[in-house]
Design a binder for this molecule. Structure first.
Ligand code: NAP
Length: 296
């Protein structure tokens, strides 16, 4: 299916992250059941949480709930905010050595005084299901494996589900962070797109975004992407998670107005968000299978 046309389309089709997420989770559930039948144990995800950050608490609970849904074992190690970096590293090492743990992540941000980079780098290769390690970043550019950064791989899965092929398309990514923008650009490039990465120093952002057949915005700025910045018929993926003046969750994109110009658009909430946790489950499943294959 070709998503783009040169003509203006009256109302964009919604890219339903919840539906794609349910589809992918159903597949993972089956794979987890097969894995348990073969090995006698379920795939396992462990999360280290440090301190009382409220948002982190919600994210960790969502991850644990998602694990239950697909039949994974999950555990959270919750350390006090003042536990010290040595204690964080000791726990990473212990879970890294535990054969029942296939995926391991440290929930960020860590309280001040903790070295986030050191924590990320301490997660052993093969269990780094957030794919935040520098080696994962390098691998993504050289020889992508089966464990990929969750948010961009979730976006690729959504595009695939809706039959939107980036090959040969102009893609613009607004964000150059290590978590979203850079891996997103690498994945789109690997899918044969022509990719431009924009950021806060980009001159005339609208002139850049108007070139995009596929526009991904992850700036974290409510209302940044307005209808006049979008090419008619473009696919618009909104990664931003912001609060508007009324305190309501919203993305970077002016959803109402851009819906009148784009061919496809993701809502916030219910677009990219649900896919991120789903791809964490996908990575954990893949890590479990790779661990078993390696042990043979
Ligand atoms: P980040 O590290 O703060 O990066 C934001 C990027 O946007 C930077 O590259 C920044 O440019 C650029 N930017 C900021 N303002 C801009 C502007 N006015 N024009 C053009 N570029 C601008 O944030 P992040 O971790 O990548 O996250 C970005 C957003 O995505 C946040 O809202 C976050 O909550 C959301 N997010 C959502 C999910 C999900 O699952 N839905 C997952 C991850 C992140 P510079 O580099 O020049 O500063």
């Amino acid at each position: 299916m070709n998503a783009m046309t040169n003509e203006s389309i009256s109302r964009a089709k919604l890219i339903d992250g919840k539906a794609v997420s349910a589809f992918v989770r159903e597949q993972i559930k089956k794979e987890a059941a097969d894995f348990k039948a073969k090995t006698g144990r379920a795939p396992g995800l462990a999360v280290i949480r440090v301190g009382d950050d409220k948002a982190s608490g919600i994210y960790v609970r969502n991850k644990m709930r998602a694990c239950d849904e697909v039949g994974f074992d999950s555990r959270t190690v919750w350390l006090p905010a003042d536990c010290g970096m040595d204690e964080v590293l000791r726990n990473i090492e212990a879970l890294g050595d535990d054969p029942s743990v296939d995926g391991l992540l440290v929930q960020l941000p860590l309280p001040c005084g903790c070295d986030e980079r050191a924590a990320v780098l301490a997660v052993p290769q093969g269990k780094d299901v957030d794919a935040f390690h520098s080696l994962d970043a390098g691998r993504l550019r050289l020889a992508p494996g089966r464990i990929l950064p969750c948010t961009p791989s979730g976006i690729m899965a959504m595009l695939d589900y809706y039959g939107i092929d980036p090959s040969g398309k102009e893609c613009v990514v607004v964000d150059r962070s290590d978590i979203v923008g850079r891996p997103m650009a690498a994945m789109l490039l690997a899918a044969d797109a022509t990719v431009t990465v924009a950021h806060s120093r980009t001159r005339d952002l609208g002139a850049v975004t108007r070139r995009a057949d596929i526009l991904v915005s992850a700036a974290g700025r409510a209302g940044l992407i307005t209808a006049d910045m979008v090419k008619p018929g473009a696919v618009v993926i909104d990664v931003g998670m912001n609060r508007n003046a009324e305190g309501k969750l919203c993305g970077d994109v002016d959803f109402e107005e851009v819906s009148k110009v784009a061919s496809y658009i993701t809502p916030v909430p219910g677009g990219v968000g649900p896919m991120t946790v789903t791809m964490l489950l996908r990575n954990t499943m893949n890590a479990a299978e790779e661990a078993i294959a390696k042990a043979k």
